[in-house]
Design a protein around this ligand. Structure first.
Ligand code: 5AD
Ligand code: SF4
Length: 364
């Protein structure tokens, strides 16, 4: 037993210094139950970002979607979903609420809603940038053409979140109808990066049929893409989807993945996701203590929050809600971190070494 533990620690040190491992070694760390992993991940985050946690205001501006992902409550075929769209004025109102609360990034997230043409979206983005020039605008509106991504970038969008969902093509096909492909999704991510966006990919943990091998494919995909952000959260079933009877993802494995990603790419922006906070009352804190450094409270108008239901029981009140930013700050301070009032851009570490040998850092 002792030898096994020593072996796992040695692998964690190896990951910290080399930023990669073999598939078999990744499999061992993925399944491990050793808090040393989190300790090293906190240390790696600390060396790049100190004790700062970045806050993003999430504006869920439309829950219409033309797609039919089998796991998601917003899928077009879910006739029970109560659909809404926000106007430009409502979106600007959200930013107005968020700015004095300390938000310097606004994330416009929605389903793939054809109503929002390039003209309409570009207009919204440029108005936000004109009104809040010191803020970053992040878009998360799914797969679009290269030209559309370019147009929105020119309008002022700084970042784009598009979870790749799974890097394994066969697994992707079990989660989505034939109209969608992992090939196209990965291409979109490469296009976004090429255009100049700060790019976020990501995936769910514990989707039906997912194996450790699939997760290792995700780790290698992220290693190759070198995104600026990666959003990882547990799968949670939604009662009006084909996956209604499936089991939710595992919190511990999710935390292990956050820590592995922190050690693989120390400057990555990693959110402690709402899905994690939904499955575990301490999920947000646990995520940060496993190496996450971003939180994304909900800035949407209160009356639409309960309608953006990706999964059952999605949290949108209490500290998940932007107007309780003070509550979020307190919880984060209690675990020894500070919420930064800043855009929270990804720090470029390519030009200098930030990784002294394991053991030189003593985080709280
Ligand atoms: N459980 C957890 N996460 C989900 N998402 C969609 N449906 C679910 C679910 N049932 C995630 C997807 C998507 C992001 C916006 O939310 O990864 O990309
Ligand atoms: Fe639409 Fe995104 Fe839900 Fe898929 S995951 S159905 S693309 S909102």
């Amino acid at each position: 037993m002792r030898n096994e533990q020593e072996n796992t620690k040695a692998l964690i040190d190896k990951l910290e210094s080399l930023h990669t491992l073999s598939r078999a070694e990744f499999a061992e760390i993925l399944a491990c139950d050793d808090d040393y992993l989190f300790e090293r991940a906190r240390c790696a985050a600390h060396k790049v970002y100190g004790k700062s946690i970045f806050m993003r205001g999430l504006i869920e501006f439309t829950n219409y979607c033309k797609n039919n992902c089998y796991y998601c409550g917003l899928r077009a075929e879910n006739k029970k979903a109560r659909r809404y769209r926000l106007t430009k004025e409502q979106i600007l109102e959200c930013c107005k609420t968020g700015y004095p609360l300390g938000f310097r990034t606004f994330v416009l997230q929605g389903g793939e809603d054809v109503y929002y043409t390039d003209d309409i979206l570009a207009d919204i983005v440029s108005e936000i940038k004109a009104a809040y020039p010191d803020c970053a605008v992040t878009l998360s509106v799914g797969e679009r053409s290269y030209e559309s991504y370019e147009r929105l970038f020119r309008a002022g969008a700084d970042r784009y979140l598009l979870r790749h969902e799974t890097a394994n093509d066969a697994h992707y096909r079990t989660l989505h109808p034939d109209a969608m492909s992992s090939f196209n999704r990965k291409q979109c991510l490469r296009d976004l990066k090429k255009i100049g966006y700060q790019v976020g990919c990501g995936f769910m943990v514990g989707t039906p049929g997912q194996t450790p091998e699939h997760i290792i494919d995700d780790l290698f995909f992220i290693k190759e893409l070198q995104p600026h952000m990666a959003g990882i959260g547990p799968f949670i079933p939604h009662s009006d989807t084909p996956f209604r009877d499936k089991t939710a993802g595992d919190v511990r494995i999710t935390l292990n993945i956050l820590a592995i990603l922190r050690l693989m790419q120390p400057n990555l922006l990693i959110p402690a996701t709402t899905a994690l906070a939904t499955l575990d009352a301490q999920g947000r804190e646990q995520g940060i203590l496993a190496g996450a450094n971003v939180v994304m409270p909900n800035l949407s108008p209160v009356d639409v929050r309960t309608k953006y239901l990706l999964y059952d029981h999605k949290m949108c009140t209490g500290d998940e809600a932007a107007e309780y930013a003070a509550g979020m700050r307190n919880r984060i301070q209690r675990i020894g971190y500070e919420v930064a009032v800043s855009r929270g851009d990804c720090i470029d570490i390519s030009s200098h070494t930030i990784n002294p040998s394991p053991g030189q850092c003593h985080p709280a």
